[in-house]
Design a protein around this ligand. Structure first.
Ligand SMILES: *[C@@H]1O[C@H](CO)[C@@H](O)[C@H](O)[C@H]1NC(C)=O
Ligand SMILES: *[C@@H]1O[C@H](CO)[C@@H](O)[C@H](O)[C@H]1NC(C)=O
Length: 221
């Protein structure tokens, strides 16, 4: 191999590595190589680059309790969650991960939603849970899983979980972002402020304005 082609191979390798590590879908971790961690100082005002790091850090900053606290699922969706994310567990700041204890009552469903850009995984602790996600070409992948079974939701795809058993279900989930955003489909369409014009939703759903108003009323009362 001559010298020129060796150099061009090195450049191609470097270019691929730079692409790999700067691709936001492959790495949501925002680590500063000059420090091991940056526990968020939530008392300070956040800037565009997030919260400043806490000056004095103790062991307590790296632990969170409450992921086994019983939750009240007496609500219309029949679901409730305890969230260990940047706002409740500031030690997660810049770590690219958050964790949730989710309880679903029998017949309860966490409505179709997505976490833009972030992968989700979870494990069922109790009960019988239907987990499903939709691909961008409208293919549905779903399965009923039980204790010890793990699932994964590809980054950003629309997904749902529901309790298809007769007893309370509980799962632990992780999302690859320290404060993931959540787009809940029905709310996104029917509960925005200001509202999406009826004409837009009538065309989208091939429905009359009475039907759209009926659906909208479920999210604005
Ligand atoms: C659960 O929430 C419902 C609705 O908010 C409330 O009526 C009920 O008292 C709560 N149950 C417990 C055990 O806190
Ligand atoms: C959609 O994508 C999935 C997964 O990549 C593939 O298995 C399936 O054949 C595709 N379906 C259509 C209708 O293109």
């Amino acid at each position: 191999m001559d010298h020129i082609s060796q150099i061009s191979r090195v450049f191609i390798l470097l270019a691929s590595l730079i692409t790999l590590f700067t691709n936001p879908t492959l790495s949501s971790i925002n680590r500063n190589p000059l420090q091991d961690f940056c526990v968020a100082d939530l008392q300070a005002s956040p800037t565009n680059s997030g919260y400043p790091c806490k000056a004095q850090v103790t062991s307590e900053d790296f632990f969170y309790s409450g992921l086994n606290t019983p939750l009240n699922t007496s609500n219309p969706k029949g679901t409730a969650a305890n969230s260990a994310n940047l706002m409740t567990f500031p030690g997660l700041n810049t770590m690219g991960i958050s964790m949730y204890n989710v309880e679903i009552a029998p017949g309860g469903y966490n409505p179709p939603h997505s976490h833009p850009g972030a992968t989700e995984a979870g494990v069922v602790i109790e009960g019988s849970v239907l987990v499903g996600f939709l691909t961008t070409n409208y293919t549905l992948f779903q399965k009923v899983i039980g204790p010890g079974d793990m699932f994964v939701i590809p980054p950003g795809l629309i997904h749902y979980e529901g309790n298809v058993g007769k007893t309370q279900s509980r799962l632990l989930t992780v999302v690859a972002d320290d404060l993931p955003s959540e787009v809940v489909l029905p709310n996104t369409l029917f509960a925005t402020k200001p509202a999406i014009p009826n004409a837009v939703l009538m065309k989208a759903f091939k429905a009359d304005s009475k039907t759209i108003n009926m659906l909208r009323s479920k999210f604005t009362s």
